[in-house]
Design a binder for this molecule. Sequence first.
Ligand code: FES
Length: 81
Amino acid sequence: MNTQRSISRAPVLVEVIEGKRYFWCTCDLSITQPFCDGSHQDSNLKPLIFLATQTTNVRFCRCKQTASPPLCDGTHKHLNT
Ligand code: FES
C-alpha cells in the first residue's frame, strides 16, 4: 500500500508536445512528479498514459485525487493536507 505522498499537492503546468505520450504517476512514489520514474514496480499500479493531441500547456494533477486524471480538476484546493 502506498504510504508516501507527493511533496507538493498543487498542480504543475507542463508544455506538452502534440503526438507525444506522457506517463502520469498513479502510485505517488515517483520522484519525478507528476510523471512516472518506474517506482511503481513493486505495486499493482501502472502509470496513466496521456497522449497530447496538440502542443499546449497542461496542468497535471499532483495530489492524485483528481476526478479527471491526469489533469487537475481543482480537487487539491479542498484537501486538508
Ligand atoms: S493537483 Fe489539482 S486536483 Fe490534483
